[in-house]
Design a protein around this ligand. Structure first.
Ligand SMILES: Nc1nc2c(c(=O)[nH]1)N[C@H]1C(S)=C(S)[C@@H](COP(=O)(O)O)O[C@H]1N2
Ligand SMILES: [Mo]
Length: 212
């Protein structure tokens, strides 16, 4: 359908002019699925969410407890290291700030990094500063619906660019762990799954930090 293709191209040119497509990236309107391994089963009766490490008190929440936490929405452009960028993705979920405001998580002054833990031992590391910024969320919903199994149901980290917020650091989308089960607050940085496999530790999309 040449008309659609033309509209798509025009949309990409507009986004480029608006500075929303980082170097080496191109637009997708699909939502590609990318991960290592299989999609895990979700059992709400055994699922739990752990917060441990450099926090005043470690925390375990059941799915029932987690799903009742106050949620915020987040509209971000997401950028995958494999080259696709998807604008205006709408997420809903629990921010780490909310966990702090609810008195559930209190990072120790020594906490400087956070490791996301997911099913099958997948991990992703980020500085605490980035995890507390407005463009990171522990997401339960995409476009008003629970996230689909292949995109991380029931919980995943998401990180991307908020239009107009050029003050925020924007790592590639691999820094959001699908099927998230917990967080470990750390004094010292610890490389995650893809970081150990050769991805750049910071992964800044504007600096095109893909591999190290
Ligand atoms: N648990 C887990 N989360 C993961 C990954 C993975 O392999 N396992 N891959 C990451 C990568 S490389 C990307 S680009 C995004 C892709 O998310 P999507 O499948 O929803 O597009 O998930 C990230 N989170
Ligand atoms: Mo990726």
């Amino acid at each position: 359908m040449p008309d659609n293709l033309r509209q798509r191209k025009e949309f990409e040119v507009r986004l480029r002019n608006e500075g929303r497509i980082p170097p080496g990236q191109s637009l997708t309107i699909q939502f590609p699925v990318l991960h290592y391994g299989a999609v895990p089963e979700f059992d709400p009766s055994t699922w739990d969410f752990h917060v441990q490490g450099e926090v005043e008190k470690s925390l375990v929440l059941s799915w029932n407890e987690f799903s009742q936490l106050p949620r915020t929405s987040l509209l971000i452009d997401i950028h995958c290291i494999t080259g696709w960028s998807k604008p205006d993705t709408l997420w809903e979920g629990v921010s780490i700030r909310t966990l702090m405001e609810q008195g559930l998580v209190q990072p120790k002054p020594s906490a400087r990094y956070v490791l996301q833990y997911a099913e099958y031992g997948f991990t992703a590391n980020l500085p605490l500063e980035i995890m507390l910024a407005e463009n990171f969320l522990l997401a339960t919903h995409f476009n008003g619906q629970p996230i689909t199994p292949d995109h991380g149901y029931p919980l995943r980290g998401v990180i991307g660019a908020i239009v107009g917020r050029n003050d925020l650091k924007v790592p590639y989308f691999w820094k959001g762990a699908k099927w998230l089960r917990g967080l470990e607050f750390l004094k010292d940085d610890r490389p995650g799954f893809w970081e150990q496999a050769g991805y750049h530790n910071d992964g800044d999309v504007w600096k095109e930090q893909r591999l190290r």
